[in-house]
Design a protein. Structure first.
Length: 616
């Protein structure tokens, strides 16, 4: 890690932690601390001293936050420029020509105004104004991180509410500790008054965390990417803080309010420990802002097994899970009841133990399948005619000797292998994920006795070549799924390429999702009107257009031959329907009547394709 790569998250952490401390201190001082006159005179005097300390803490935190913001700007500018610190022209370029600079300038202005409001004569009104300004600065956080790149407003709004609620909760902990340390009775009362505020913050944090799930993508990325692991760390730290908060609220606070000195000491230690965990949580959040979102990364699966696809859709497996979980949940409920109800504790605990004997055996094999580090990875490039042709050539030279040219496992060397090569086009083979195929091609396979049954190709093929092999295996399977009516029964992506239509003055890409369906023909003279493409939107056919580039049409015909398992000459009069999401839906070997084309378009709209767990 270079100094600049370290400086960016470090400065961001310093700025964000100080900003959270400033906002939390002001909210605690104005909304949580008991007002004057509620406590005895001696406690009121101690509370006034605490109030001055918390105000000083807010002021110092705000100054540190401004300094951290300036350091963050310098480090971020150096990172964007590829090196160099503090060049005025680069700073002005970042501030005036980037979204980060515009949002950063607005936040810095809000922080400066908050500092003026905090020092402005007028006491209480100035503190509330500073609170509002700091809250506005916090709400800008999504626009300074990954939220700025999100589609729609839901994720940025959820992130803003998440950060604001977390700032109030975490930022109030150290002021609460100061109060417990300097005015114990007032601190116990403040702890009780803080409970509804903390509960509201926790509910908002949980709800908005769920709404931010699109940034994680799915479970494999949650546990198989650096971003996901830091997010899991945040969840763990959050759970630890909840445990501290629960003990403080339900155990220590009632005892402290009753005047027990041991409880006052215990709650001081507990709140301080909770605050330290909160600092670690802010550090995890700052680290997340420096990492690409998990949804944009390839996950590395850390386990040797994975759940079978469609687990809950299988009636037998679902019934077995329910029959296993029922006594487990009943036993846990009895155990919790026994812990809460002292009079009936031992009978309930005994019943919980008895329930454990009713748990049936649970074999893992039907529910899990072998997995590899690349199991949930997919090719990051789009399928294209060139990639299909390259993959087909690699298959011929590297794989056809065992698997045969049609990938059905009947190659000339098949009989000499310790295990007969599988039929790669079989419907059952579609249940394997792309990442499984990638791993097996790259690392080879072994028979049950340990004998190599397939060589490893990772030492002589690039990752891109292996992904092209995976794609062409999928294409062979797609060809076999073509039924006698010309419909693909397996989800099959059209290859990505661009056609320039002369009459329409537009570019057509069969693999690009949009609002229209597309008919593509092999030549310009196939469809009525002398064209090679027709675009259909809302059931109405647009004017047929002629495709200018003969080379593009030739590449399209070669790709179509691979995806249908036929010779190019057999497809000279073919017409293909591609739906609005880029899936191949229907093949006509001769030009269909307009009525048939429109009927098939309506059918495609009514029955959208559901992908089978792989990327192609």
């Amino acid at each position: 890690m270079t100094p600049i790569e370290f400086a960016v998250p470090a400065a961001r952490l310093l700025h964000l932690a100080a900003l959270v401390a400033a906002l939390g201190a002001l909210v605690f001082m104005r909304a949580v601390l008991p007002p004057p006159g509620v406590l005895a005179r001696a406690d009121d005097d101690a509370l006034r001293n605490v109030r001055r300390r918390i105000r000083a803490l807010a002021t110092a935190s705000l100054v540190v936050s401004i300094a951290g913001a300036l350091l963050w700007l310098l480090a971020q500018t150096a990172a964007m420029a590829g090196g160099g610190w503090g060049a005025p022209d680069r700073l002005m370029l970042v501030l005036t020509q980037t979204r980060f600079g515009a949002v950063f300038s607005l936040r810095l202005a809000l922080l400066l105004l908050a500092a003026i409001a905090l020092r402005w004569p007028g006491g209480r009104s100035g503190s509330w104004l500073a609170c509002l300004l700091l809250a506005a600065a916090i709400l800008l956080q999504p626009l300074l991180g990954h939220g700025a790149a999100s589609d729609g407003a839901l994720v940025p709004l959820a992130t803003a509410a998440h950060v604001l609620a977390a700032s109030v909760w975490l930022g109030a902990l150290f002021p609460l500790w100061l109060t417990l340390r300097g005015a114990a009775r007032a601190g116990a009362l403040a702890a009780r008054r803080f409970s509804p505020v903390g509960l509201a913050c926790v509910l908002i944090i949980v709800a908005t965390a769920v709404l931010q799930w699109p940034m994680l993508g799915d479970v494999p990325r949650f546990i198989g990417t650096p971003y996901g692991l830091f997010a899991a760390g945040k969840v763990f730290l959050f759970a630890v803080m909840l445990a501290f908060a629960a003990v403080n609220r339900f155990v220590f606070t009632p005892r402290a309010l009753a005047g027990r000195e041991d409880a006052l000491r215990a709650i001081r230690v507990s709140v301080f420990a909770e605050a330290l965990v909160g600092v670690a949580l802010i550090g995890a959040a700052a680290a997340l802002a420096s990492l690409p979102p998990a949804a944009h990364e390839q996950p590395v699966w850390p386990f040797s097994l994975r759940p079978v696809p469609g687990l809950w859709d299988d009636a037998f497996l679902r019934d077995r899970i329910v029959r296993t979980l029922a006594p487990v949940l009943a036993g846990l409920a009895l155990l919790v009841a026994g812990l809460l109800w002292r009079a009936g504790r031992w009978p309930l605990v005994g019943a919980a133990v008895a329930a454990a004997f009713w748990v049936p055996s649970f074999p893992l094999k039907p529910y899990f399948r072998e997995a590899f580090p690349t199991t949930f990875q997919q090719w990051e490039r789009a399928r294209s005619p060139a990639s299909l042709q390259r993959g087909a050539a690699l298959f011929t030279t590297e794989c056809a000797s065992c698997h045969a040219a049609d990938a059905r496992g009947r190659g000339p060397l098949a009989t000499g292998r310790p295990v007969w090569p599988p039929d790669l086009t079989a419907p059952l083979f579609r249940r394997h994920l792309d990442g499984d195929l990638f791993w097996r091609i790259a690392h080879g396979m072994r028979a049950a006795d340990g004998t190599p049954s397939m060589p490893a190709f990772g030492d002589r093929l690039t990752e891109g070549d292996i992904w092209m092999l995976v794609d062409v295996v999928r294409a062979r399977g797609s060809a076999r799924s073509l039924d006698q009516d010309g419909r693909w029964t397996a989800a099959t992506r059209a290859p990505a390429m661009s056609f320039a239509c002369l009459e329409e003055g537009r570019t057509v890409d069969p693999a690009r999702p949009g609002d229209a369906m597309l008919y593509l023909a092999a030549t310009n003279t196939v469809m009525a009107g002398g064209g090679a493409a027709a675009i259909v939107a809302d059931g109405v056919s647009w004017r047929v257009c002629t495709i200018r580039d003969e080379a593009e049409r030739s590449r399209w015909l070669s790709a179509l031959a691979i995806l249908t398992g036929q010779e190019e000459r057999e497809l000279a009069q073919a017409v293909v329907l591609i739906d609005a999401q880029g899936w191949l839906r229907r093949l006509w070997r001769t030009p269909p009547p307009e009525e048939d084309r429109m009927r098939e378009a309506r059918r495609a709209r009514q029955t959208p394709v559901r992908a089978e767990g792989h990327g192609h």
